[in-house]
Write a protein that binds this ligand. Structure first.
Ligand code: NAP
Length: 214
């Protein structure tokens, strides 16, 4: 599969490395493809990895990941060009965060809306699936915890797109829990704030969520 990633930060690079490691071709998109750290990422990741503009990455991917700073996401999507994403499965990893000094972030929107739903409104012809936003980038691929693998929640309106994302998550080592329609993103995005609040209190980022069942 060809995967485009709109976003070249820690998440874009971590997921890009993971896609390449599982045999997919991947292109990271950025406003500045000449960045030194991206050249280094490409060299380290090998021949399956490429770097381009947001539009290059969006056009390249059969599946496209959105991994941008929330305040820049609308602009990144405009630069990527929604036409390049029409009909495609789009994995939204963003969290709509407002950052504060010496305190956990808060949500820029929530309760009756979510970043996932906003991304879907910006990309009306795409099939948006919320995933990966509940875990830190260091644990997005092959998460390994003493209590067994954590769970990844997903939410989206298109069953086929969710099946595609479920397959990717399983390749990456995640059991998947489907929350239903994309409005489930309203529940997943606060989980990021919960995670960061706990991480800042305890000084550890080696945490992830698990739903216990019997
Ligand atoms: N960090 C984590 O562990 C983690 C975990 C789960 C979810 N998330 C979420 O995933 C997203 C990406 O996080 P991140 O930590 O990788 O990095 P980030 O710093 O939140 O985002 C970096 C990306 O945003 C783009 N960007 C920033 N401002 C922009 C603007 N005005 N217009 C267009 N693009 C802009 C950057 O573009 P350039 O490439 O041009 O610099 C870069 O590609 C965020 O929404 C974050 O909340 C993060």
């Amino acid at each position: 599969m060809k995967v485009g990633i709109v976003g070249s930060g820690d998440v874009g690079r971590a997921l890009g490395t993971a896609f390449a490691a599982t045999g997919h071709r991947v292109m990271l998109g950025t406003r500045n493809p000449r960045k030194k750290e991206l050249k280094e990422w490409m060299a380290k990741t090998g021949p399956k990895a490429a770097v381009g503009t947001f539009a290059d990455a969006a056009a390249f991917g059969d599946v496209v990941v959105i991994a941008t700073l929330w305040s820049g996401t609308e602009n990144a999507i405009k630069l990527a060009d929604p036409k390049n994403l029409a009909g495609k499965t789009v994995i939204d990893v963003t969290n709509p965060l407002i950052f504060h000094e010496n305190a956990p972030p808060t949500l820029a929107l929530g309760f009756n809306d979510s970043a996932g739903e906003q991304v879907q409104r910006w990309l009306p012809k795409s099939k948006v699936v919320k995933a990966f936003n509940i875990v830190g980038n260091a644990h997005m691929f092959k998460p390994s915890f003493p209590g067994g693998p954590p769970d990844m929640f997903i939410a989206g309106n298109d069953a086929q797109a969710k099946a595609t994302v479920t397959k990717i998550l399983e390749e990456f080592g995640w059991p998947v829990t489907d929350l239903g329609g994309l409005e489930g993103a309203r529940l997943m995005e606060p989980m990021c704030v919960l995670r960061v609040t706990y991480a800042m209190r305890k000084g550890t980022w080696d945490i992830a969520f698990k739903m216990l069942r019997k």
